[in-house]
Design a binder for this molecule. Structure first.
Ligand code: SAH
Length: 363
């Protein structure tokens, strides 16, 4: 397959089949990546202008019942110092974030039974009441439909749940037997049915990943049609079974960002913290390769070093205000600006506000 023809097809039709994706990913060199990045950036600018949506990430618990081999807060990591914020701590982060210009808060954490679903619902309700012009995203892993529905009814707008890999054998290379790809995918479909803006995604360069498994990831995203896609490089954590594995590359992550932007032109696509950790200018390069979202940390300084999913994570020593001005400089250095708005998916009609009633379920 001629690589230029594949690129042309992707740019014109926003669609490749699995074999074509694998061929593109195997064959793309620096020149092709540059070409794809230019096309992807143009798609993003056509839809979102030079405005970058900003999400304030509040990492509210690092307790986790799961044991994912790649993750620094996995259950078996006895060296992780565990913490759990209180709702009041979380509200303080929101208050600070709101003043700094954040209009989306993301509550992310491990799967922590100690922060009950009920408490999370009440926390969501309070945030949506106090900061009614803000969107709220949850990223707390796998739950059953009833719980997801209660999060939605409490006012949560969006849900991030990376599928991690769409290949069955690869999923088992990354996770213990208790976790299954089928369940992960089912959660994503359920979240979509309930009415959340949904984000899936994966790490680039995870152990065992190949052009073929990546092609399966892209096909899965094509089927799911998520509102958001989270992609960052795999980075090893010293106290995990993957401590000695090689990190994913910045270049390949940028290539995948461009591919996703061209496949799903309207998608909300963050230039992730992991990308900023892999390269000092990783997030800026991510934006120039088609990303349109950044997710700076709003967690209290006292806990930041404890939410270590991978080694050397950036911004763990900075106050939120420092992160804000640092990021603003980075954006203006590439001629982009921080958008003080919720930044909902363009795929949505009029977004739900806290005053409106819950819309009828779709799908
Ligand atoms: N418990 C939640 C949140 C997980 S942390 C959930 O299950 O969705 C968010 C993401 O960080 C994960 O989905 C994973 O893709 C990423 N991550 C975890 N460990 C990582 C590592 N070592 N390198 C890069 N990204 C990692």
């Amino acid at each position: 397959m001629c690589i230029d023809t594949l690129i042309q097809q992707l740019c014109c039709t926003h669609w490749l089949d699995q074999a074509q994706w694998a061929a593109l990913l195997r064959g793309a060199g620096a020149q092709e990546a540059k070409h794809l990045a230019q096309a992807a950036q143009a798609e993003a600018v056509a839809r979102f202008g030079k405005k970058i949506y900003v999400r304030g990430l509040i990492e509210f618990t690092n307790y986790c019942r799961n044991d994912c081999y790649y993750c620094g807060i996995r259950r078996s990591n006895a060296k992780a110092q565990r913490y759990r914020l209180t709702p009041e701590d979380i509200f303080a982060c929101c208050a600070e974030g709101y003043d700094l210009g954040f209009r989306t808060f993301v509550l992310q954490g491990g799967e922590d039974a100690g922060f009950s679903d009920d408490l999370l619902c009440r926390t969501v309700e309070t945030i949506k009441k106090r900061w009614s012009d803000c969107a709220l995203t949850l990223s707390v892993g796998e739950r059953n439909r009833g719980v997801y529905q209660s999060f939605f009814d409490a006012g949560a707008d969006r849900y991030l749940l990376r599928h991690e890999t769409a290949n069955e054998a690869h999923y088992h290379r990354l996770h213990p037997a208790a976790l299954s790809l089928a369940r992960r995918k089912e959660c994503l479909w359920t979240l979509k049915e309930i009415g959340f803006q949904v984000g899936a995604g994966f790490m680039v360069g995870a152990p065992g990943q190949t052009a073929e498994t990546l092609a399966e990831d892209l096909i899965f995203l094509q089927q799911l049609q998520p509102h958001m896609v989270g992609i960052g490089p795999f980075l090893p954590h010293k106290d995990t079974p993957f401590a000695q594995e090689a990190a994913g590359s910045t270049e390949q992550t940028l290539l995948l960002l461009s591919c996703v932007r061209l496949m799903l032109p309207q998608v909300l696509l963050p230039a992730t913290t992991a990308l900023g950790t892999a390269a000092a200018d990783g997030r800026e390069r991510g934006i120039l390769a088609g990303a349109n979202v950044v997710m700076p940390n709003l967690s209290p300084l006292s806990v930041r070093k404890k939410y270590m999913l991978y080694d050397n994570k950036i911004c763990t020593g900075d106050e939120s205000a420092q992160c804000r001005s640092c990021l603003q400089h980075r954006l203006s250095s590439i001629d982009y600006e921080w958008a003080v708005e919720r930044g909902d998916s363009p795929l949505l009609g009029t977004p739900r506000t806290s005053a409106s009633t819950v819309p009828a379920q779709s799908g």
